[in-house]
Design a protein around this ligand. Structure first.
Ligand code: FES
Length: 157
């Protein structure tokens, strides 16, 4: 992921769209490729995708908003996801949620002003028996305590 100007975004999006032109059902692969490139799906990407696939912009927006893995805003260099599902809640997840928001001074889906960290909820990581759980930059963390979370967050730049 890198900084991109509006022109560079348009050019790169067109390249990605062209790369998938022959594919069957290309919308999701195109959106994933764009998110891999930019870290999110920029608004500038919607029009060329719609034009290339001969669908409306509303349809493209609909797919982006349907799948929670697509993001329309830039995210932090690090992503801290805290499990908010029931099993983790039963094991003290609420205090971990509170601690995460306090440590990062963020609410859900916000990013620190320096672009370092985005805080996101997640709903079950398959670590239910050893919760509370989190995912920090794709690294699963179980049996979280406030102290453990503070140490992990401190490691993030
Ligand atoms: S409920 Fe948190 S990992 Fe399953």
């Amino acid at each position: 992921m890198s900084e991109h100007s509006g022109h560079a975004i348009a050019e790169r999006v067109q390249g990605i769209v062209d790369d998938h032109a022959e594919m069957e059902g290309p919308l999701l692969p195109i959106l994933h490729a764009i998110q891999d490139e930019f870290g999110h799906v920029p608004e500038e990407a919607v029009r060329p995708i719609a034009a290339a696939l001969n669908i409306s912009r509303a349809e493209v927006h609909g797919v982006i908003s349907f799948y929670h893995d697509f993001h329309t805003e830039p995210r932090g260099r690090h992503i801290v996801k805290i499990c908010r599902s029931e099993a983790c809640q039963a094991r003290g997840g609420q205090s971990i949620e509170d601690k995460a928001r306090e440590l990062l001074r963020l609410n859900w889906n916000e990013t620190t002003p320096d672009g370092s960290v985005t805080l996101e909820p997640v709903y079950c990581l398959g670590l239910c028996t050893s919760g509370p759980s989190a995912l920090i930059d794709d690294r699963p963390v179980a049996k979280l305590s406030g102290e453990k979370l503070a140490a992990l967050v401190k490691e993030l730049d």
